[in-house]
Design a protein around this ligand. Structure first.
Ligand code: FAD
Ligand code: NAG
Ligand code: NAG
Ligand code: NAG
Ligand code: NAG
Ligand code: NAG
Ligand code: NAG
Length: 540
């Protein structure tokens, strides 16, 4: 509108000069100036701003790039990174970014599988919560206030300091940030007993597009519902969560049993499909599959690694497995007893390390390498031996030499929590989820497309065997391939394609919440929930 008024007054050449200069050169300087004006000495924001000229810009940016696929020189980089240390810094950043037309990306742990917390195709600012990570455990009342920039390992460690028989229903990989993790649902070794991480949140501190600080009471139940599984980066910034802590026995058991194809892995997986989802809630059965060279003849085979946590002792576990799944032949030697927090180390394959490693934010991926592409599926009917053999044959492809496919059993309490309790909809009726991970070493990153194509081929191959209408996917396993969503700003119609996969019938309610809390769609990324009737035209 302003441009229109100008153009009536000024000759075209002057207009062109006016438009080209300010529009290209300055939003970022204006933004920085706006930030400096908005703070005062006692709350100085200058210490937490990194421009491309700052000597620590690269180290701050790279320290939470967890998928090195997005660490290349041609990956778009933020104009500015802000690491707020006070609530007022968030308010100033939101205010100034809106005023000067910059997009913001919110980053907690940086594990987004498509890098959306630190990559955008438009001029953008990263708001990194690394300085917002206090963990305050109240063991007596079994609750904890946890700031969104804390990693899961910090949460577990602080709980264990107070009690070894309390836990949080979170994931194994301890460098994950609670900000993104809980926003997308969050499952871990306790999810068949206690539900998703989002199911275990009872309050939150949240900042909206107008800079208002809200808690559960002031935000209302619709928004509180949406932020516990509706996906990060859509509604505003979560500053902190109040978590319910859950009881775990002092002694738990972890086991791993590995079998090759020659050792009947195929038959065992076929049986596992019928058995695993009915095992006690105290277990989280999974089976990981990958290609290995046979120790006998050096030829390629598939190794299937059956594992689980069990909330109890070996003596309690063995008779259950003997009765329910004797073919697996679980023996005492396959099992180890430990405390719950030690089981986090066990499943990260670092069981001999001190617990303090959980405070170490240096990323080490126990599943494959650091350049990767992942996908997910939900399975409601057991798949056939033929289907499984086709999957194994693809796992034997050259591109899949370090790929891993994991089946994770559903059932337990997941069957008893209603589909609309939180936005996370994958509840009753699922036998298991499939996680596909293809990864490659640094020197192969020039050939990344070859590996990504492999993942797409496998996904296409699996179509007949997995959930349909919609083909469901897990929001925290972000995948920009699903739906026609690879555009900068998604319209409602485009978003509905992936929205129904991630959220099923909960998607519409998420859109309603978004329409109310952020109608102008300030908080957005390639797969953020759009407000109703929002579309590309409106953007211009
Ligand atoms: C190695 C690895 C293992 C994993 N294992 C599991 C697992 O066991 N279980 C599981 O459920 N998931 C798992 N995931 C997926 C993980 O839960 C998601 O990637 C999650 O979103 C990561 O959260 P983050 O804060 O680390 O990531 P980020 O990249 O910081 O954030 C992810 C998304 O949430 C948004 N966001 C971040 N912080 C906030 C905030 N404070 N407020 C609002 N929005 C925010 C971001 O903008 C982005 O869109 C794994 C991922 C990796 C890489
Ligand atoms: C600076 O900001 C703080 C926190 O918002 C406020 O309490 C204080 O009065 C401000 N000081 C000045 C000089 O504006
Ligand atoms: C960065 O440095 C360059 C060259 O020294 C300078 O021209 C530019 O204005 C600086 N940018 C900012 C944002 O400080
Ligand atoms: C990320 O890229 C930068 C710049 O190329 C490089 O210096 C750094 O080592 C990379 N990080 C990792 C972990 O490889
Ligand atoms: C594989 O299964 C068959 C029959 O189901 C059984 O006879 C055989 O002993 C099993 N092999 C191994 C290595 O367990
Ligand atoms: C498996 O065998 C192939 C071909 O013999 C070889 O190139 C590869 O390095 C081996 N892989 C492992 C993990 O030993
Ligand atoms: C954190 O882990 C990394 C990688 O394992 C290691 O190099 C580093 O020394 C550790 N830092 C601390 C403080 O222990």
């Amino acid at each position: 509108m302003k441009i229109l008024q100008f153009s009536m007054l000024l000759p075209p050449l002057v207009l062109a000069a006016l438009l080209s200069f300010p529009m290209e050169a300055s939003p970022h300087k204006d933004f920085l100036q706006c930030l400096s004006l908005s703070s005062n000495d006692s709350t100085s924001i200058s210490n937490v701003i990194y421009t491309r000229n700052s000597s620590s810009y690269s180290s701050v940016l790279e320290s939470r790039i967890r998928n090195l696929r997005f660490n290349s020189t041609d990956t778009p980089k933020p104009l500015v990174i802000v690491t707020p240390s006070r609530t007022s810094h968030f308010q100033a950043t939101i205010y100034c970014a809106r005023k000067h037309g910059l997009q913001i990306r919110i980053r907690s742990g940086g594990h987004d599988y498509e890098g959306l917390s630190y990559v955008a195709k438009v001029p953008f600012v990263v708001v990194d919560l690394v300085n917002f990570r206090s963990v305050d455990v109240d063991a007596e009342n079994r609750v904890a206030w946890v700031q969104a920039g804390a990693i899961l390992g910090e949460v577990y460690y602080r709980i264990a300091e107070k009690s070894r028989t309390l836990a949080f229903a979170g994931g194994i990989y301890y460098t994950i940030g609670v900000g993104g993790y809980i926003s997308g649902g969050g499952f871990g070794s306790l999810f068949r007993k206690y539900g998703t991480a989002g199911d275990n949140v009872i309050d939150a501190q949240f900042i909206d597009v107008n800079g208002r600080i809200l808690d559960r009471k002031s935000m209302g139940e619709d928004l509180f519902w949406a932020i516990r599984g509706g996906g990060g980066g859509s509604f505003g910034i979560v500053l902190a969560w109040k978590l319910t802590l859950v009881p775990v026995p002092a002694t738990v058991t972890a086991f791993t049993v590995s079998r090759t194809l020659e050792q009947n892995a195929t038959q065992l997986i076929l049986q596992w499909q019928d058995i695993a989802h009915q095992l006690p809630d105290e277990m989280n059965p999974g089976v990981s599959m990958f290609s290995v060279n046979s120790t006998q003849d050096g030829r390629k085979t598939i190794l299937a690694s059956f594992n689980s946590l069990f909330l109890g002792t070996i003596d309690e576990l063995l008779p259950i497995m003997q009765q329910r799944f004797p073919e697996l032949g679980l023996s005492r030697q396959d099992c180890s007893e430990m405390s719950w927090i030690e089981s986090i180390l066990y499943f990260n394959q670092i069981q001999n390390q001190p617990l303090e490693i959980l405070l170490n934010r240096t990323f080490r991926n126990p599943v494959g390498g650091q350049y990767y592409k992942i996908k997910s599926d939900y399975v409601k009917e057991p798949i056939s031996e033929t289907a499984l053999n086709g999957l194994f044959s693809r796992l034997s492809d050259e591109e899949a030499s370090s790929a891993i496919i994991i089946f994770m059993a559903y059932g337990g309490i997941m069957d008893r929590i209603p589909e609309d309790a939180t936005p996370f909809p994958h509840r009753a009726g699922n036998l298991y989820k499939i996680y596909y991970n293809v990864n490659w070493p640094e020197e192969e990153n020039v050939n990344a497309q070859k590996y990504i194509d492999w993942a797409r081929r496998v996904y296409s191959y699996m179509t007949p065997f997995v959930s349909k209408f919609p083909r469901e996917a897990y929001a925290n396993y972000r995948d920009l391939d699903i739906g026609s969503n690879n555009v900068e700003y998604t319209s409602y119609a485009q978003a509905k394609i992936w929205g129904r996969k991630y959220f099923r019938n909960n998607f519409n309610r998420l859109v309603q919440v978004k329409t109310k809390i952020d109608p102008e769609n300030f908080f957005k990324h390639e797969q953020s929930v759009p407000p109703f009737l929002y579309n590309v035209e409106k953007e211009n």
